[in-house]
Design a binder for this molecule. Structure first.
Ligand code: HEM
Length: 183
């Protein structure tokens, strides 16, 4: 864990000394829309709640597809039916996370815009979204082989699924750490 703390401190110092983000955050904080979010009663907690619920839906949808790949749950449906049912939730909730997340960041600029956990997350989220798109496209195009891999408990499909879930858990941890890392 020490290397994560060292990384966060180093990135935080770099953001403070080598980027325009601290100045930008102070400028943004003076804008009417940032002030509006910050001063609107319940705006931040409501945005955080919607954000957290969307996060829960993303993780649940990914988990339901993974449990079907592992043939642990959803065996009464084909993998194609499972994908069709849960994949749209990933994309719509990612859109909700994007909108609520940026509204939170605009409403609390010094807290988020100079935050090493926030910017690390902003690098990992697009990577995870691209991997999600890649896996979904592969599953859609090669559903027969994915179904066979699931039925025969193919190790590759299982490893890909586990690594994918771990990636989203890292994003969740980064989101939670935003409130705690030094800025
Ligand atoms: C897509 C763009 C996203 C942006 C711009 C964003 C931004 C933010 C911001 C600003 C916060 C508030 C931090 C705070 O004030 O404490 C936050 C919290 C959080 N985010 Fe995101 N986020 C995004 C996507 C995601 C995704 C995809 C996940 C996970 C799948 C996620 C998980 C979390 C979690 C777990 C928290 C902590 C919530 C809490 O306990 O208050 N975020 N995010």
């Amino acid at each position: 864990m020490q290397f994560i703390a060292d990384y966060m401190v180093a990135l935080s110092q770099w953001i403070q000394t080598s980027t325009p983000l601290p100045t930008f955050a102070l400028w943004l904080q003076k804008q009417w829309y940032s002030d509006g979010i910050a001063k609107t009663p319940y705006a931040i907690p409501v945005l955080q709640t919607i954000h957290t619920l969307a996060v829960a839906m993303i993780i649940t949808a990914i988990l339901m597809i993974t449990l079907r790949v592992f043939m642990v749950a959803g065996k009464s449906r084909t993998l194609a039916q499972t994908l069709h049912r849960f994949a749209p939730w990933i994309w719509w909730c990612l859109l909700v996370c994007f909108v609520t997340g940026w509204l939170l960041a605009i409403g609390e600029p010094p807290r988020d815009m100079t935050n090493p956990a926030f910017w690390t997350k902003m690098v990992v989220v697009p990577i995870a979204a691209l991997i999600a798109l890649g896996i979904q496209t592969s599953m859609t195009k090669n559903i027969v082989s994915w179904e066979a891999a699931a039925t025969h408990r193919g190790i590759v499909a299982q490893v890909v699924s586990v690594l994918f879930i771990l990636l989203w858990l890292v994003i969740m941890a980064l989101g939670r750490w935003i409130a705690y890392v030094p800025t």
